[in-house]
Design a protein around this ligand. Structure first.
Ligand code: ATP
Ligand code: MG
Length: 415
């Protein structure tokens, strides 16, 4: 079903689609960006789906601008105006010979329509063609479900969850983030399939945790995870403490942190989010040390070391910066900026008997010298056309450096 519907997609994203079109390929904007535009929200990034294989797409954009990543499903990362665009090739039906329910190898290409049916939920399977300004709703349900706020699995929900249990987490994130509800078949299947999450790879789940720490909806996600009985698999320690004074405090702190990131008052930071979640539990578990508290809270998942280390610094500074004796040298400590942010959050929630803003200055000139400029997770709209080639190369190197297996591209300088 094609529907004439203009979406305010940024010009430089349309240019990428145009480049693929000019080279003779089909290309669409897909996934979260279409969903977010339809809901009147600014997408955090854009995903593009094309008939070009990763190798063909790479030859369209050139080797310097792109690289092929992934094993389970190979896709192209395009370095684009200081950001990364994910360009995937239309997926076809999985290998029929495979008797395993859990799909482990997905490198099988297909048509745009087949690709739509391989996606997880109808609201995630809408394609947008910026050239014709049309939305293509292959499942015939996506537009209606967006309007009604329904998360509906494509195909048989139990089979789709068995194929990839991480889809359950993705369904619940949609509920948390948009206040959507699960269609009843999808909901029933999810309840029955929850234990399958134990089969999901720990590294994928850890990556999901990192995305949640970087999102401004973490508090909402945790609530929904708990309500659906998913939290006991995902973060059992937090689930077992649900409703306790510490857990309530944690949600309050996280909500305030998310508000401040959303308002662009704070940089988005995984270490600050991690510290916020751990803080209420630190006193109770003080004997085991901060690093072990972090391990305990996030077990069975794991955070990359530099995030744990940065969060540990922020948490240690909480104690030092609330001591009666003011030690000015702390201003030069790594992690100071986030530690101050956390103090301000605590103050806003009435936790401190002094105003940290009056005691601790915002910046740290010495640390600031080497700090990258504040960068929003959202795509920067500013001087994107003013950057010369040298700048592009520089940005690419930075991005390359920041991407590891888990694609932690939004970690900021203090982590
Ligand atoms: P976000 O705004 O968080 O990026 P998103 O829906 O775009 O949300 P991505 O992880 O970027 O999430 O995935 C892009 C699209 O790829 C999804 O919208 C969905 O169509 C498809 N997708 C992602 N993960 C799966 C999965 N496990 N199974 C099927 N389809 C998936
Ligand atoms: Mg996306």
């Amino acid at each position: 079903m094609r529907i004439k519907h203009f979406l305010p997609v940024e010009m430089d994203i349309c240019d990428v689609i145009l480049e693929l079109h000019d080279a003779g390929f089909e290309a669409y904007i897909v996934g979260g960006a279409v969903r977010d535009h339809l809901l009147g929200r600014t997408p955090k990034d854009y995903d593009i789906s094309t008939s070009a294989t990763p190798e063909e797409a790479r030859s369209v954009f050139g080797r310097k601008r792109s690289r092929i990543i992934g094993k389970r499903f190979r896709l192209l990362h395009l370095f684009h105006h200081g950001d990364i665009l994910e360009i995937s090739t239309f997926r076809g039906k999985p290998d029929k010979d495979s008797k395993m329910a859990l799909v482990t190898d997905d490198n099988c290409y297909g048509s745009a329509e087949e690709d739509a049916f391989r996606r997880d939920f109808t609201v995630n399977a809408l394609f947008y063609d910026p050239m014709t300004e049309e939305i293509i709703d292959f499942t015939g349900k996506g537009m209606e479900d967006i309007e009604k706020g329904v998360v509906r699995a494509i195909g048989n929900p139990a089979e789709r969850f068995a194929e990839d249990p991480v889809r359950m987490l993705r369904a619940l994130k949609l509920v948390g983030q948009y206040d959507f509800y699960l269609d009843s078949d999808t909901e029933n299947a999810l309840f029955r399939s929850l234990p399958l999450i134990k089969q999901a790879s720990p590294s994928r789940l850890s990556l999901e945790l990192e995305k949640i720490l970087l999102s401004i909806y973490g508090d909402k996600h945790f609530r929904v995870f708990h309500d659906y009985g998913f939290l006991t698999y995902f973060l059992p320690e937090i689930d077992s403490r649900w409703g306790s004074e510490e857990a309530v405090r944690m949600l309050e702190l996280l909500t305030e942190r998310n508000y401040r990131v959303d308002e662009k008052l704070y940089r988005n930071s995984m270490s600050l989010a991690t510290a916020v979640i751990a803080l209420p539990f630190i006193r109770e578990w003080s004997k085991i040390g901060i690093r072990n508290v972090l391990g305990k809270i996030f077990r069975p998942l794991s955070l990359v070391n530099r995030v744990s280390e940065a969060a540990e610094r922020v948490l240690k500074l909480q104690m030092l910066m609330t001591a009666p004796e003011i030690d000015r040298s702390l201003i030069d400590s790594p992690g100071y900026a986030h530690a101050r942010e956390l103090l301000l959050i605590r103050h806003a929630l009435g936790e401190l008997d002094f105003d940290p803003a009056a005691v601790w200055p915002p910046g740290n000139p010495r640390n600031g010298k080497n700090r990258r400029p504040v960068k929003s997770r959202k795509r920067s709209r500013g001087n994107k056309n003013k950057r010369g080639d040298a700048g592009k190369q520089d940005t690419r190197e930075k991005l390359e450096k920041n991407i590891h297996e888990n694609d932690l591209r939004f970690i900021d300088s203090e982590e």
